[in-house]
Design a protein around this ligand. Structure first.
Ligand code: ADP
Length: 220
């Protein structure tokens, strides 16, 4: 379904979102106060305009209230990011996603009504760090402060040849196995309790961070 998006700020983050949304057929209005940035996206975005998003009259004249989503991808200017989020919220836009620079910024954005707050640098940092320190965790995605989704390789003999039921993931580890990737086969999504775990299977699990870490330790 085609949806309409406004992106405020065409830095690396906003720019990358803009390209991807347009490639997937969405309508994108891109706004940046820098003429150079807007020129760069003139032929990429559906519409691109040079404007200071902190100016409420400008936002109104661009009809921001009629869009399905607004993405506030302003980089360092935290004050501008907060002000624009607040104004867009007051206009009644249904889905507001804002990029935070730090924890305090994130808390303010959440308080004033951003529906989603992302910290791309921090999140990527977590993923890379987990990947560096663990040979068994291939990928790591934070779902919230407490929960993650992780892809763990089975390298402990005790797991081989046993069914998910026998291994009792939910009781023993507090984890749900949501998929199994095995070699080049199609992933087994939502595996049955009878599914037999094999050496080097990649288990995609969801659970608390400490439970994911515990499973990782068990593989060593
Ligand atoms: P990134 O980390 O995503 O590369 P940048 O700081 O480079 O972030 O990019 C942020 C973009 O947001 C810049 O292109 C900047 O011109 C734009 N920007 C900042 N403040 C405003 C504003 N008030 N109105 C419109 N665009 C803005």
């Amino acid at each position: 379904m085609k949806q309409s998006f406004v992106i405020v700020g065409l830095g690396r983050f906003g720019g990358s979102i803009c390209r991807t949304l347009v490639e997937s057929g969405q309508e994108v209005l891109a706004i940046d106060s820098s003429e150079d940035r807007v020129n760069e996206y003139m032929n990429i975005a559906t519409h691109a305009v040079v404007a200071n998003a902190q100016d409420e009259m400008t936002l109104r004249s661009l009809g921001i209230r009629n869009f399905d989503h607004v993405i506030i991808a302003i980089g360092e200017d935290i004050q501008a990011s907060i002000l624009v989020t607040l104004m867009v919220k007051e206009m009644g836009v249904p889905n507001i996603l804002a990029k935070a620079q730090n924890e305090y910024h994130a808390r303010v954005l959440e308080k004033i009504g951003a529906d989603r707050v992302v910290h791309p640098e921090r999140d990527m940092g977590y993923r890379i760090a987990h990947n560096l320190v663990s040979r068994n965790i291939l990928d790591y995605l934070e779902l919230s402060d407490e929960f993650s989704l992780a892809e763990v390789i089975v390298t402990n003999k005790k797991f081989y040849g046993k069914t998910l039921q026998e291994l009792d993931f939910r009781q023993r580890f507090g984890l749900n196995v949501v998929a199994i990737r095995r070699g080049n086969q199609e992933p087994i999504v939502a595996p049955q309790a009878e599914e037999i775990v094999q050496q080097n299977d990649h288990l995609v699990v969801i659970g608390r961070d400490e439970d994911v870490d515990y499973l990782d330790e068990k593989m060593n």
